[in-house]
Design a protein around this ligand. Structure first.
Ligand SMILES: Cc1ncc(COP(=O)(O)O)c(C=O)c1O
Ligand SMILES: N[C@@H](CCCC[NH3+])C(=O)O
Length: 415
């Protein structure tokens, strides 16, 4: 059951029409469905069944406090990549004992804070980071739990900008070097080897790369065992894709079953870090048509959302579905749906078949992940508001930024 549906001719999020939300809160407006978010997290949690596991939502996908809070209430873990994301998780009521910390550039202050609040594990990505973490944990008189993030050199078959598991990528350590790094970790006094981590990319739509990566990881766990290095968990990262257009990604259940089949009875606790698969299809971006601009070459629909609100089409040439909030019955035309920003790359969709009039509302689907979090103030555009719907209720979870908010941090030089 999808929670974004047409009811009485108007697109709704759960039981609230997007028209009424746009009326009440203006556009561009991000709208999320609580029920969808919950269903998606539970799909991963259920898929792993009785196998010991923790589903650590990747905060980067959508870090709004309300989103994190909804998931925290379900007992979610969280995958963070910065001190800022850690503070968000804490403020949203997340359990620091269920937080894993990923990322190639962890700073001293971020490590200290994470040690102080007692996170579950640091996913370490280099020798230099291992040494820094050992030093910082020592200074606090603590032992830091670590996984080494292994780069298994598999092609995730996704966009090159979001592929992370190839040798030439900055992420993780080569699988050939991992054993040595584990030996170093095991020998350092303020570290405790807790697990092994692997994440090969985002928006994966087939199981093969996941399975390939896991096989390489399992070989490594055997080598570690042979050396007496004990692991408690395997963190398989995130990356499961969603349907934007006509992709047919595996379901969380198929994915989990494929992983469990490889793991057989190895007994490790499984950690997952899904982001997009939980938040992506739990949100839409609502925008209003400001102008229709027919030219000799094509028709443009100029809308009030732009690349600063949703950069995925501009950055990755990503195709995202664009639906009329209240469909009209007339002959459709092909529109390039573009924003007001002064860049040719500022488009939300090209060649979309739509029936439009000035003032109409459109909804960009699958915008719940890597949407608002990647927004900017380019062209001095204030950030959109975010609303969470539950049933017939809608809550503003992030108020629209004002120009005053935006300018308040700046100053001109003194006379
Ligand atoms: C280490 C790590 N974990 C999890 C994720 C979440 O990925 P996705 O949103 O594709 O599930 C990412 C982003 O690709 C990541 O870099
Ligand atoms: N921002 C990317 C995903 C990045 C994944 C983070 N490692 C996207 O929108 O597809």
């Amino acid at each position: 059951m999808d929670h974004f549906n047409y009811q009485d001719g108007v697109l709704c999020a759960e039981d609230v029409s997007l028209e009424s939300l746009a009326q009440a809160h203006g556009t561009p407006l991000y709208v999320y469905s609580r029920a969808t978010l919950e269903r998606h997290w539970k799909a991963f949690d259920d898929a792993l069944g009785n196998h010991p596991h923790l589903v650590c939502y990747a905060v980067k996908a959508n870090s709004s406090l309300a989103v994190l809070n909804v998931l925290a209430r379900l007992g979610a873990g969280f995958d963070i990549v910065s001190g800022g994301e850690l503070e968000r998780v804490l403020r949203a009521g997340g359990d620091p004992g269920r937080v894993v910390f990923s990322g190639v550039g962890k700073q001293v202050g971020e490590m200290r804070r994470a040690l102080e609040v007692g996170i579950r594990c640091f996913n370490v990505e280099s020798v230099a980071e291992l040494e820094r973490l050992n030093r910082e944990a020592g200074a606090l008189g603590m032992i830091a739990p670590v996984s080494i993030r292994v780069n298994p050199d598999v092609d995730a078959g996704t966009h090159p900008y979001i592929s992370t598991g190839l040798k030439e990528n900055k992420f993780g350590v080569d699988v050939e070097d991992a054993l040595d790094l584990y030996r170093q970790a095991a020998a350092l006094p303020h570290l405790k080897v807790a697990g092994l981590d692997c994440h090969i990319g985002s928006q994966l739509t087939s199981l093969e790369p996941f399975v390939d990566a896991l096989r390489r990881v399992i070989l490594l766990t055997r080598a570690l065992q042979a050396e007496g290095i004990q692991l408690e968990h395997l963190d398989l990262g995130g990356g499961l894709g969603i349907r934007y257009q006509n992709e047919t990604p595996p379901s969380p259940r198929d994915y989990a079953q494929a992983m469990l089949a490889e793991l057989k009875d190895t007994g490790y606790e499984i950690l997952l870090e899904p982001g997009r698969a939980i938040a992506g299809n739990a949100g839409v971006l609502v925008t209003r048509v400001e102008y229709l601009k027919p030219t000799r070459h094509k028709d443009f629909a100029i809308v009030d959302a732009a690349m600063n609100d949703l950069i995925r089409p501009a950055l990755y040439d990503a195709w995202m579905d664009i639906l009329p909030v209240r469909p009209r019955s007339a002959e459709s035309r092909e529109y390039d749906v573009v924003g007001p920003v002064c860049e040719t790359g500022d488009f939300l969709g090209k060649g979309r078949s739509l029936v439009l009039e000035q003032g109409d509302l459109l909804a960009v689907r699958s915008a719940g992940a890597y949407g608002y979090v990647m927004s900017s103030n380019y062209n001095t555009r204030a950030r959109a508001a975010e609303v969470m719907v539950e049933g017939e209720k809608a809550h503003v979870i992030t108020r629209r930024e004002t120009l005053e908010d935006l300018l308040a941090r700046e100053t001109v030089l003194p006379e």
